[in-house]
Design a protein around this ligand. Structure first.
Ligand SMILES: [Ca+2]
Length: 344
């Protein structure tokens, strides 16, 4: 979903040349988006960890690695498993195997979704290839099995193209309907990919949605609660001071982030050293929805991957603006194990 990947595919080149920029917040005044944001729409059960599955395309962009770290360090979440999706799903699963082994969490099951064609760069392949190969279970079946075993209790944190989610809906819609909610990074409502740090007021086909618009359409039509963190609220950067604070921490977890970051920085097509933390915003929403208040909207997905607000009954809760400072403090506090958190 990163801009450089879109650039690599040439998907939005034409649109980018016509984009205007501005330096103010998203336009939330239009049409179907007029309702006020809601904080803490669906809080976790008090005293009980939220059962969750992380569905990820970890290995291309770097933000999934940070999202995984955040989930692992959040006691509000009990991770039932990790499913990999899009592209070389087995290699992504090997990456997760090595990551979990390094942090002492091999108790967490890892399953691989159906591989799909892709053209983007697997920047962290070398890290993954150092891990012994093994055959992983079917990610889509794992997802459905967990929902069957815990009806109404499972939160799916979806931080990649919605390939597995779409496949699960197609394979067993009745079971998928028993998911508690899907918290996802994806979409572009009033804001596209920023250009050279400038706010882009023209929506783009966001990476995750554009890779599998049919999966996104199926999810929004499924009737399950969907909490969406689009480009409007997720273009938050991990600048050098925060990176150094994190990478200098020296725990097994931050060491994995250090290793993966450097592979990403060396291989990403934009040669950009500053990660954009799209996916951790979705992971954060699962435990701290107040940092990204969501509002009900009805979104329509087209074949190119645009997500346009339309009138009609809401089909998602959408966060259009996040508390960026609060989010960064929360992320760093969690990953480095700081005792106190802002806003709590
Ligand atoms: Ca991702």
């Amino acid at each position: 979903m990163n801009k450089w990947r879109l650039l690599g595919l040439g998907i939005v080149l034409a649109g980018m040349t016509a984009c205007s920029t501005r330096a103010k917040g998203p336009d939330t005044g239009g049409g179907a988006a007029a309702e006020q944001p809601q904080a803490a729409v669906q809080p976790a059960n008090p005293g009980q960890p939220e059962l969750a599955i992380l569905d990820t395309d970890i290995g291309d962009d770097i933000d999934d690695a940070f999202a995984l770290a955040l989930v692992l360090k959040s006691p509000e979440i009990k991770l039932l498993g990790i499913t990999t999706e899009f592209g070389d799903t087995e290699l992504r699963a090997r990456l997760v195997d090595r990551y979990l082994k390094a942090v002492g969490r091999t108790d967490i099951p890892v399953a691989a979704g159906k591989p799909t064609p892709h053209s983007n760069v697997f920047t962290q392949a070398a890290y993954a290839e150092q891990e012994p190969d093994r055959k992983h279970g079917d990610g889509v079946e794992f997802l459905l099995d967990q929902i069957r075993g815990h009806p109404g209790e499972v939160t799916v944190i979806a931080i990649g193209p919605l390939v597995n989610v779409g496949a699960a809906i197609a394979r067993d819609p009745a079971t998928f309907h028993k998911v508690k909610r899907v918290v996802m990074m994806g979409g572009s409502v009033y804001r596209g990919y920023d250009h050279n740090g400038q706010f882009n007021a023209k929506p783009d086909p966001e990476w995750n949605i554009a890779r599998d618009p049919a999966g996104a359409k199926a999810l929004l039509a499924s009737g399950v609660p969907v909490y969406m963190m689009p480009l409007d609220s997720t273009q938050i950067h991990l600048e050098e001071p925060e990176r150094e604070q994190l990478f200098a921490f020296g725990s097994p977890l931050t060491d994995q982030l250090t290793l993966l970051y450097h592979q990403w920085a060396a291989h990403n097509e934009m040669h950009n050293a500053t990660p954009t933390l799209y996916d951790p915003v979705a992971a954060t929403y699962a435990v701290r929805p107040d940092l990204c208040p969501a509002q009900p909207m009805r979104l329509e997905v087209d074949g190119k991957g645009f997500t346009r607000p339309v009138s009609g009954p809401p089909n998602a809760q959408v966060c259009l603006k996040s508390d960026e400072k609060g989010f960064l403090a929360f992320l760093l506090g969690r990953i480095t194990g700081a005792a106190s958190e802002p806003g709590r």
